[in-house]
Design a protein around this ligand. Structure first.
Ligand code: F6P
Length: 535
């Protein structure tokens, strides 16, 4: 971050400027936009100017982005706290790529596992793999975090491409989740996939055992209707899942980056091997772009640098992800894990306290629903929330093209409204037209003012196909990487989830009566409230 102070000075010097002023440059809309394989990322409605962009790009260069990017793609151990390479990109690399880990080309084994997973998915889809009651009608994926959010998000996103059995995702240890999911399913025609990198995650293993008990009530050999995806092949065997239905992956695939491999088995079953291959091709196209495009025309790099500008430089603590694409309803949740588990760290790679804020709080909902909920604050609240709009130019329902026009109009109008706002003079004119005058006109007008000058970006793509979804997810993955590099963070570990897990394990027995006197008074009171309800 050698030029951090220069950037901070530039941000302060330009913060009073209205973003609209920047459009005095007639070329701005094209100059502050990145194109990649049919997708367009427009960041012209931000307060970044040419100097700011040049400084941001230099900051990324000075942080060693180019070398670190190469290190990731070639299998160096960049996840230093866990001593691992980070090779989710290998899961979607071209077949003739050679990637070595500890001197061995990992690609042949990856291809073999993918071929097995495809073959199994196709068998399930074609009714060659059957349950006790016949062809599989429903598949239940049991997993959590990275073993759930990616495939669940993608399965919903690609609903128009589903032509296999119905897919269900169970993650929460709350019994309500599995109970509500299984209640309408037929155990004799249900396949359960237990997806867990470690095969020890308490939520997943509890749900998996419950699903097995549910199936055992009606199915003579429930294990025969279970498949597993994991790095821990000894544990899947212990659970009783036959080797031929176990799909392994290596520990250099991080959980939240794992949708591209066998963790995507549910998606493979839903859309078929060809559709899944398209999904991989989209991500591969984004990888190629990320590796080759100059940094200032590089979509993941610019998406990351815009994020750093807003979060670390302008001090906007959150960012809203607003897909105008109903089928991306789970994208914000997926990105919460991807971005916040990756870059929500308080120390740098060497364990030193970060000098800047870590990654932002990420949240969002599909438009237009959000417009009728929280956009009030986005437009008129005192806090600035940079908005990231996502928009498909075309929907999947030709008969409902009028819906899509409305959707598109709303998305583009929101970014316009955030930019231009409405002045007091304009608000006064509106009130005068309604017949108001004097103090009442003034009072009412003030409530109708929009400051505008609120930053937003728009990612626009032709249509949410498997290829495009692959591009979008690849884009966000690389954005996280670039932000991590600039901030000096290890984006690939997640120690912050450990303490809660440990304490939950220790707390279980206390709910059943064990001595809780060493707990703080609040914790004791909560435990005793629960115990009293149980008595
Ligand atoms: O608790 C966090 C986490 O470790 C995530 O990183 C991971 O995606 C999730 O739990 C699930 O882990 P597993 O796939 O090993 O069950």
């Amino acid at each position: 971050m050698s030029n951090w102070n220069e950037l901070a000075r530039h941000q302060r010097a330009t913060e009073a400027r209205h973003i609209q002023e920047l459009f005095a440059d007639p070329d701005r809309a094209e100059a502050f936009c990145v194109q990649a394989d049919g997708m367009r990322f427009d960041y012209s409605k931000t307060n970044i100017d040419e100097t700011g962009r040049a400084l941001l790009v230099r900051m990324a260069e000075d942080a060693g982005l180019v070398d670190k990017r190469a290190a990731m793609f070639t299998g160096a151990q960049i996840n230093q706290t866990e001593g691992r390479a980070v090779l989710h990109t290998a899961l979607r690399a071209a077949d003739d790529t050679v990637i070595e880990v500890e001197g061995e080309n990992i690609m042949p084994e990856l291809r073999a596992i993918r071929a097995r997973a495809y073959a199994f998915a196709q068998d399930v889809r074609a009714g060659r793999f059957v349950g006790q009651g016949g062809p599989i009608t429903d598949v239940v994926n049991i997993g959590i975090g990275g073993s759930d959010l990616g495939p669940a998000m993608a399965t919903l996103a690609l609903a128009p491409y589903h032509d296999g059995p119905r897919l269900h995702y169970v993650s929460n240890v709350d019994g309500a989740h599995i109970a509500d999911t299984l209640k309408d399913l037929d155990p004799e025609t249900t396949l359960v996939i237990v997806a867990s990198k470690t095969f020890t995650t308490i939520e997943t293993m509890t749900n998996a055992r419950t699903a097995r008990d549910w199936m055992a009530e009606r199915v003579a050999d429930p294990g025969a209707q279970f498949a597993a995806v994991s790095t821990a092949l000894d544990k899947t065997a212990e659970f009783g899942i036959a080797h031929e239905r176990v799909f392994g992956f290596a520990d250099w695939v991080g959980g939240r980056y794992s949708v591209w491999g066998p963790i995507g088995l549910g998606l493979m079953i839903a859309i078929g091997a060809e559709g899944f291959a398209e999904f991989l091709a989209g991500a591969r196209a984004m990888d190629t772009h990320f590796l080759n495009a100059p940094l200032d025309q590089n979509m993941p790099v610019m998406l990351a640098l815009v994020g750093i500008w807003h979060n670390q430089l302008c001090g906007y603590a959150t960012r809203a992800v607003l897909p105008y694409d109903q089928r991306l309803a789970r994208l914000p949740a997926y990105l919460q894990q991807l971005e916040m588990e990756s870059n929500g760290k308080r120390v740098d790679m060497d364990g030193r306290d970060l000098e800047r804020q870590s990654g932002p709080v990420v949240w969002g909902e599909p438009g237009t629903n959000g417009q009728h909920a929280f956009y009030q604050l986005i437009h008129q609240g005192t806090r600035i929330v940079p908005c990231e709009f996502l928009l498909a130019a075309k929907g999947h329902e030709p008969a409902l093209a009028h819906h899509h026009r409305l959707l598109v109009a709303n998305c583009i109008a929101q970014s316009e409204a955030l930019l231009r706002g409405r002045s007091l003079e304009e608000a006064r004119a509106i009130m005068a037209k309604k017949g108001l005058e004097g103090a009442e006109l003034e009072r009412q007008a003030r409530h109708r003012v929009f400051a505008g000058n609120r930053p937003s970006t728009t990612l626009i793509y032709p249509c949410l196909t498997p290829f495009v979804l692959g591009q979008i997810i690849g884009l966000y993955e690389h954005r996280v990487f670039v932000e991590g590099v600039v901030l000096g963070i290890n984006s690939f570990d997640q120690w912050g989830v450990e303490l809660g897990k440990e304490l939950a394990t220790a707390l279980g027995p206390l709910l059943e009566g064990a001595d809780a006197s060493d707990k703080d008074p609040s914790t004791q009171a909560l435990i005793s409230f629960v115990r009293n309800q149980q008595d």
